[in-house]
Ligand binder design. Structure first.
Ligand code: AQP
Length: 327
């Protein structure tokens, strides 16, 4: 089975990225032939700093390895190292609906937040479709926020197959049962996010333990009620239970039963401990791996080589089916 997922290198990675992304990647790599792509080309669709992009590409690579991705077993690479991705994006734009792109909620949300809206922000989902389809992917482990983009990738594959002949496998998404949408701790009606969240409500993987504790202890909940009673109507409380479940592997029911009748103070304190225990070893491994940039560079280069080989036959078929002469 082919597995593919992409992760943006810009912005500090947060607990939501771990929960909906990294955690799943590490788990799915045992199920097949996995490709994890650092999607640096996606990062230029909003304002960014070129120097920061360069170093954050290595930051993310080290973080993925620290979170349990094994570069011997899986192919981990940077999108810009495999030119097939940019080519696929242009070719697939011929079978992508302009109207459907305009309905992408991420485009609507992100374009509202800024004065300059790049064309790349609008066409980004075509590049993402190319990323996935080039590898004849069966399974895409992602968080809930990427559901609509994956649906578009599936539509692109089907439209291409109908118009030019069976070429792409139509991929399925895999969303974690728990933790597919971690919410902002301060504004629990919004997802925890790199660009759209509150700094105090976003737990970063890089946050030192005292910062993690502070953020979780100041999470928004209602006052004067107990944990179990509030779960149904209080997204802030459900979110904390979900975070605890991600960190410890316990079920919602077990967590609720344990804190039945208890106030928020001890509950939040235990959630904070669980998250610190989860993130501490990842941060430690990250520090060690990030210190050796030469080694990261070498591993990325070998990942790119494997990815180029895997993507080339599909890209060639696309050119041929679309009627291009080949050199
Ligand atoms: N809040 C979240 N809960 C669960 N999963 C999440 N993901 C993102 N936010 C949450 C998942 O993380 C994976 C890697 O995502 P990415 O780094 O490529 O960035 P993104 O999807 O664009 O999400 P960000 O980091 O929150 O950035 P913004 O909000 O600025 O777009 C993906 O599988 C994603 O689903």
């Amino acid at each position: 089975m082919r597995i593919f997922s992409g992760i943006q290198p810009t912005g500090a990675k947060h607990l939501g990225n771990y929960s909906g992304g990294f955690r799943q990647y590490a788990a799915t790599q045992a199920e097949g032939d996995a490709f994890f792509c650092i999607v640096d080309l996606h990062s230029i669709t909003v304002d960014y700093d070129p120097e920061a992009l360069r170093s954050s590409t290595y930051d993310l690579f080290a973080l993925l390895l620290a979170a349990g991705i094994d570069p011997e077993r899986s192919t981990v690479f940077a999108q810009s190292h495999v030119t097939a991705h940019s080519e696929a994006a242009w070719l697939l734009s011929a079978v992508t609906s302009y109207g459907q792109l305009g309905r992408m909620t991420q485009f609507k949300d992100k374009s509202e937040q800024r004065e300059f809206v790049s064309a790349g922000l609008f066409t980004y989902p075509i590049l993402m479709a190319g990323d996935i389809l080039l590898y004849q992917t069966d399974l895409v482990p992602i968080g809930d926020d990427q559901r609509q983009h994956l649906e578009l990738a599936r539509d692109v594959a089907e439209r291409f197959n109908q118009r030019f002949g069976e070429t792409f496998r139509v991929p399925e998404g895999r969303f974690p049962e728990i933790g597919a949408r971690i919410m902002d701790l301060q504004e629990p009606e919004r997802k925890m996010s790199t660009t759209g969240g509150t700094p105090q409500g976003t737990v970063l993987i890089a946050d030192p333990p005292q910062t993690v504790r502070k953020k979780i202890k100041s999470a928004v909940t209602d006052s004067g009620r107990d944990v179990r009673h509030d779960r149904q109507e209080k997204p802030g409380v459900s979110n904390l239970i979900e975070i605890m479940s991600v960190a410890t592997g316990e079920s919602f029911a077990d967590i609720e039963a344990r804190y039945d009748g208890a106030g928020y103070g001890p509950f939040k304190s235990d959630v904070a401990d669980a998250v610190v225990a989860l993130l501490d070893p990842i941060r430690e491994r990250y520090r060690e791996l990030r210190a050796d940039e030469q080694a990261l560079r070498r591993l990325l280069a070998s990942g790119a080589e494997k990815a180029r080989e895997a993507a080339a036959p599909t890209l060639e078929t696309v050119y041929e089916r679309m009627g291009f002469t080949r050199p």
